[in-house]
Design a protein around this ligand. Structure first.
Ligand SMILES: Cc1cc2nc3c(=O)[nH]c(=O)nc-3n(C[C@H](O)[C@H](O)[C@H](O)COP(=O)(O)OP(=O)(O)OC[C@H]3O[C@@H](n4cnc5c(N)ncnc54)[C@H](O)[C@@H]3O)c2cc1C
Length: 443
């Protein structure tokens, strides 16, 4: 069992105190599993991956599906992220992608990522999921004049190599259509891009899965999976789910405790968010903050931020390396300082909410979708781009499950398992060294 982080971060029994938790009223009640049951396919994990896969299996392929979630429905990262639908789900420069996979494969990858954004948007439209969708593109902002050249280069590659709609803005132009501030030295936009209330989207997906016939159990953590004859016995709350196929949709919260073949494949990284009280018109005007698009400040240690529907300001950054409640609070204070350094006119603005969660990074720095030799399926490692990638991946996984093939017709970037992390107990040390290096470059 992984004990990379403090046990506080794995409190499945408690809702995270996010702003999103205060924004919804769900009447959907989900049971806790308290009896032995049988099914064809059991899905472990109730985030975007799990629910999108479940919905597709039940609705498009008429499959018998059970989904089990350790927390309540709306516990994991899908319920607590910043809601940015952005690309690409890779921690690698385009130059590196060209070198590693070749130009054509990289183009296919970007085509798939655009499909991912459209897939998420289409789910929202098709099922009329009210999730406070805002924005029509994403912005990437240069935090220093030296970054503007790389902004222009990225925009040009997106446009010329991948056919993505982009626009470049000088500092002065972005002052007019985006915002001013201490770390704004020009920007570019790309489409598609938008932001959502992640929890409302997740609850909407869960409801559709339920309507399609998926049996959903919350507060039902899988503690063991055994193979008996040709069936899996999935142990939950001392009960047994007998199933023919198992889907692992646990992403960053997997504790390396169920399938040896899937252990030590992710580096779970903490990501933190703070949300202010609603800003006044004067406060917003003081930076001419006129956009509700999601914005990425492209430091190596990224800041991401956006104005919410009620003019609260959401600000996110890479988190701490401990994972306790105390370290989460301390990190929120550090982020408050960082935010107020970028937007000093807001120095007296109170932070109303702070929380964090885990994102999953893999050693290949791209997601992994596929099947083990047995009837065990997996999808994980979205490199903090799950709004774009997880619903689409869940849907791709559903296709793989019902086909007799081992492969999908998607880019190789996504396919197969990453290499295990060497000396997995040292994963946090690797992360610490990377953070020190990036912090130095940012300075
Ligand atoms: C603070 C933060 C901000 C982020 N911001 C963004 C963003 O703006 N845009 C973006 O695209 N991505 C963002 N992400 C990443 C994004 O949230 C994830 O990539 C995405 O939600 C992954 O979806 P998932 O369904 O695979 O995993 P999750 O939503 O994490 O779901 C996995 C579920 O598995 C459950 N589980 C684990 N173990 C077991 C078990 N043994 N038995 C039963 N259930 C189990 C967990 O309880 C969890 O609910 C952010 C993440 C965080 C933490």
């Amino acid at each position: 069992m992984s004990n990379l982080y403090h046990k506080d971060i794995y409190k499945f029994e408690e809702p995270v105190k996010s702003f999103w938790e205060t924004t919804h009223q769900s009447n959907d009640k989900y049971e806790k599993l308290n009896k032995n049951i049988q099914t064809n396919i059991v899905i472990i994990g109730g985030g975007y991956t799990g629910f999108s896969c479940a919905l597709s299996l039940a609705k498009n392929f008429n499959e018998d599906v059970v989904l089990v979630e350790a927390g309540h429905i709306g516990w994991g990262s899908s319920a607590r992220n910043a809601g940015f639908c952005c690309i690409p789900p890779a921690k690698m420069s385009v130059e590196k992608m060209f070198k590693k996979y070749g130009k054509e494969e990289t183009k296919k990858f970007f085509k798939n990522t655009i499909e991912g954004s459209n897939f998420t948007k289409n789910l929202i439209n098709e099922y009329k999921i009210e999730c406070d969708l805002t924005g029509d593109s994403n912005y990437e902002v240069a935090p220093h004049p030296a970054y503007f050249e790389s902004i222009k280069k990225e925009a040009s590659i997106y446009k010329n190599e991948f056919g993505i709609e982009t626009e470049i803005f000088s500092k002065e132009e972005f002052n007019e259509i985006g915002h001013t501030g201490e770390e704004q030295f020009g920007a570019f936009s790309y489409k598609p891009g938008f932001a959502i209330n992640p929890l409302k989207f997740l609850l909407g997906l869960a409801k559709q899965a339920k309507n399609a016939g998926v049996r959903i159990y919350q507060k039902s953590k899988v503690t063991k999976v055994e193979k008996k004859l040709n069936k899996f016995n999935v142990i939950v709350n001392d009960q047994i789910i007998a199933a023919n196929k198992v889907v692992m949709a646990t992403n960053g919260f997997y504790k390396d405790d169920l399938f040896p073949d899937l252990n030590n494949m992710i580096l779970p990284v903490i990501s933190n968010i703070i949300v202010t009280r609603p800003l006044t018109k004067d406060e917003i005007d003081s930076y001419n903050f006129v956009t509700y698009n999601p914005i990425l400040n492209i430091r190596n240690l990224l800041f991401y931020y956006r104005l919410l529907k009620d003019n609260r300001f959401l600000f996110g950054a890479r988190g701490d390396l401990i994972g306790s409640e105390k370290s989460s609070f301390e990190k929120s204070k550090e982020m408050e300082k960082q935010m107020k350094k970028v937007f000093p006119n807001w120095k007296n603005v109170k932070i109303d909410y702070y929380w964090r969660g885990l994102v999953a990074v893999t050693s290949k720095f791209t997601p992994s979708i596929g099947k083990l030799d047995d009837e065990i399926y997996y999808s994980f490692g979205y490199q903090a781009n799950g709004v774009n990638t997880a619903p689409w991946s869940g849907n791709e996984l559903a296709k793989l499950i019902v086909s007799n093939s081992k492969d999908l017709s998607i880019s190789k970037f996504y396919q197969g398992l990453p290499k295990k992390f060497p000396f997995p107990k040292l994963r946090l040390l690797y992360l610490k060294l990377a953070l020190i290096y990036y912090r130095l470059i940012d300075k």
